[in-house]
Write a protein that binds this ligand. Structure first.
Ligand code: GLN
Ligand code: ZN
Length: 758
């Protein structure tokens, strides 16, 4: 038996990756220094792997995103980026004014860049897999080159719809859905993969890891056939090890027939793969890669149970490799420096580094090593204790009735009451919530957390920021204001710190895209709200202005999906616990005179399982959790916000959430979301389709914003439309935000005048 690990977080224990990238972007360091720094990180990860496991990859370390790297390898570089000038073009594609669309990787909170396929002319443009492999090789390591498999690459890419090529930025990007298309695209890319494999072979590689998680989606029979053929060709050059993860493969029998050397399955995310293994066995002539250690959740494994499973697996399969269940980059680097977790929690946790140790221990125990066997006993004791149980919360959840999930008055009536209370113009303008988190804001917060300034001083500072942002918004002429979220580090962490039953870490950073990191909280006990969480800032903001200020909350599904969660009760129950805590907050805001409450759910879509058959169950409780926390008075206007996901297929479920207004990201995903409304029957909720791409420093022009708005007006009645950016402004600078919002408000006013004239 061998051990394999992959996807180790590239961030570094001190977030070195982030600093390097950002210093380079700010031209504080040279390209040479950037590369040097990245190489140091790369080496330290390789040496860590070497210490704990036998097999590990090269090609795991992208400067921005692995899908972008794959696109560049294959020469899929849209023409608008011009001639490829190394890192300059690379980062233009990632974060320039006309950057690629960004969306979440399967059901995770990692955002990848969506390759845009303008044609089927692929070529080996830059052999990144070879460069990475040769680099580690020359440093004395012996890695397995790792690539995104052709099928997954194409499933995650989008094709530019030709007819609208001229209408940038409103051109449409479509997924490859049809058999003939997929076949042509596969035929076009696989020769490039062949070239890469040949070059790897000449450089000394004997096998290659192919990540093919798209095989866990709803894969059709004809897709399996194409995948089968492709692997048949690729296997001629090198031994292929296929990795699948995040779910069970859609067709076990077809999967195990793939003509490759080794097959990897996720044995953690659900029980289906294991069931199938037991039922149908495993081909004798292939190696089985058992994804046995959870790569996504932070709990220490019950290694005693895992060993039992391994013993069973070793009877079913002839050759066994054990590995993490999915890439490890969903985890922080190590739990070692955490020193302020709730009593008893730290020893129950395992982050990426500890996962490598678990794999190692498991292997040693399997081979009969005594110390490792003792370690197994220890882990089994630790993982079986109950933690943070609150009987009254359990009872409240058990006694929920259908009324708890239903507002008292239907939308058609609510809207009238709300309009009376708010008196908003046509095409009302607003923002999504956060305003620039400047250096000053961050410094003052850290001065407060480290005790350098008092709580009163900090609160006074926040009040000043709120006052400023209220005045700025009034000057710009926005209709519905926000308080700016200056007191929040992160939209989930902020609530996690104020809720009982959820722990937050000091150093547990994880990359969400590019250099952006966040610290997912850890839900370890029953969740409840000891006291109001947002009341002070919101009511202060409202006291400064006559215009409505939105109360700003993060929704239950997003808090859950962006946290690590306990596994001893269902996700549904955790979501309801969080929802009840948020409902108390909504009630407090209403009592304080707040007329609009926005409950953000950017992670609503991403939590959906990979296969559509599992959607009804997920969306049933996700929708219910949202409705539970948003059961406000009829005249209170409930907003929600979503971004950076594929929403088109789930609009039906989104509609069921029964909000009054939704704001949804659209600038980067171009016209796609708008088209979805063309086919949606009877959409009657108000909606703000983001017309300003906040992930780019570029200031959108009135023409650009007008074009998107006009497109929306073709599809949706103007009475339903709001005007807003596509997400929060916290990563932007004031110098960008003010002129951009001015343009946005002017655009709305011009359109308003136009509509009113008729
Ligand atoms: N209200 C949050 C903000 O404006 C929403 C962020 C998000 O959707 N990711 O920052
Ligand atoms: Zn957003």
């Amino acid at each position: 038996m061998k051990t394999l690990a992959y996807g180790f977080p590239k961030l570094g224990e001190k977030r070195e990756f982030k600093s390097l990238l950002e210093d380079f972007w700010k031209t504080k360091i040279s390209e040479h220094e950037l590369i040097d720094g990245m190489n140091t990180l790369k080496n330290s990860i390789a040496s860590l792997y070497t210490k704990h496991v036998e097999l590990f990859p090269s090609g795991d370390f992208s400067y921005y995103d692995f899908m972008l790297d794959t696109a560049i390898t294959l020469g899929a570089i849209p023409k608008r980026f011009g001639e490829y000038k190394g890192l300059e073009t690379y980062f233009q594609m990632a974060r320039g004014p006309q950057a690629l669309e960004m969306t979440k990787y399967f059901n995770t909170n990692y955002h990848y860049l969506v390759p845009e396929l303008e044609s089927k002319d692929f070529r080996l443009f830059k052999n990144l897999p070879l460069e990475e492999y040769s680099y580690l090789k020359q440093k004395g390591y012996n890695p397995l080159p790792k690539l995104i498999a052709p099928y997954t690459f194409l499933k995650l890419s989008k094709v530019l719809k030709k007819s609208e090529l001229s209408q940038l930025p409103l051109y449409e990007l479509l997924k490859i859905e049809h058999q003939a298309d997929m076949e042509e695209y596969l035929n076009a890319v696989f020769p490039i993969y062949e070239e890469v494999l040949k070059s790897l072979k000449s450089a000394g590689a004997t096998a290659v890891l192919m990540e093919d998680p798209a095989l866990c989606l709803d894969t059709e029979d004809w897709e399996w056939e194409l995948v089968h053929e492709t692997y048949g060709c690729l296997s001629k050059h090198l031994d292929v090890y296929v990795l699948t993860y995040y779910d069970s493969v859609s067709d076990y029998k077809k999967f195990v027939e793939l003509p490759v050397r080794a097959l990897g399955l996720d044995l953690v995310s659900n029980g289906e793969n294991l069931e199938n293994l037991r039922k149908f066995g495993f081909p004798e002539d292939k190696t089985f890669i058992a994804g046995i250690i959870n790569g996504r959740n932070v709990w220490r494994a019950n290694l005693k149970e895992k060993l039992r499973l391994l013993e069973e697996l070793s009877k079913i399969t002839s050759e066994l490799i054990i590995s993490n269940s999915c890439p490890l980059f969903h985890l922080p680097v190590t739990v070692e420096p955490e020193d302020s977790l709730p009593e008893g929690l730290k020893e129950r946790l395992s982050f990426a580094k500890e996962k490598l140790q678990e794999l190692q221990t498991l292997k040693l125990a399997f081979e009969g090593d005594e110390r490792a066997i003792e370690e197994l006993e220890h882990s089994s004791r630790l993982t079986q204790q109950a933690f943070g149980v609150k009987e009254d919360i359990r009872k409240r959840i058990a006694s929920l009735t259908p009324q708890d999930f239903q507002r008292d008055v239907p939308y058609s009536e609510r809207i009238k009451l709300q309009q009376e209370a708010l008196n908003l113009p046509l095409l009302p303008t607003t923002t999504i919530g956060s305003f620039p988190q400047t250096e000053e804001v961050r410094k003052t917060r850290s001065a407060y957390t480290s005790g350098k300034i008092s709580e009163e001083e900090y609160k006074e500072f926040i009040r000043k920021q709120i006052e400023h942002v209220i005045r700025v918004q009034e000057d710009i002429g926005l209709d519905v204001l926000v308080h700016g979220e200056f007191e929040r580090t992160d939209m989930v962490e902020f609530f996690a710190q104020r809720l009982e039953g959820i722990a937050t870490t000091k150093h547990g950073w994880v990359l969400s895209y590019g250099s952006r990191v966040y610290r997912p909280p850890i839900i370890y006990g029953d969740v409840h709200r000891p006291k109001p969480m947002t009341l002070e800032e919101i009511t202060y903001a409202q006291s400064l202005t006559d215009r409505p200020v939105k109360g700003m909350l993060t929704g239950p599904v997003t808090i859950l999906n962006w946290s690590y969660y306990r596994e001893d009760i269902s996700k549904e129950e955790i979501a309801y616990q969080i929802a009840l805590a948020l409902l108390e907050e909504v009630k407090d805001l209403e009592r304080a005179g707040i007329k609009i409450v926005q409950i953000d759910e950017p992670a609503f879509r991403e939590g959906a399982p990979l296969k559509k058959k599992d959607w009804p169950h997920y969306f049933d409780w996700a929708v219910k959790a949202f409705r539970l926390c948003s059961k406000a008075e009829p005249q209170t206007q409930i907003h929600t916000h979503m971004c950076y996901s594929e929403f088109n297929e789930v609009l039906e479920y989104i509609y069921q959430m029964d909000f009054d207004v939704i704001s949804i990201e659209a600038s980067r995903s171009k016209g796609e979301i708008i088209s979805a409304f063309e086919t949606f029957k009877n959409w009657d909720r108000q909606i703000g389709i983001g017309i300003y791409d906040i992930h780019s420093p570029a200031i959108p022009t009135k023409e650009q914003m007008r074009a998107i708005l006009e497109r929306c007006m073709k599809v949706l009645p103007v009475e339903l439309l709001w005007v807003n950016p596509d997400c929060g402004l916290k990563t932007r600078r004031w110098e960008e935000v003010v002129p951009a919002l001015k343009n946005m408000v002017e655009t709305a006013r011009e359109m308003r005048a136009q509509v009113e004239v008729g």
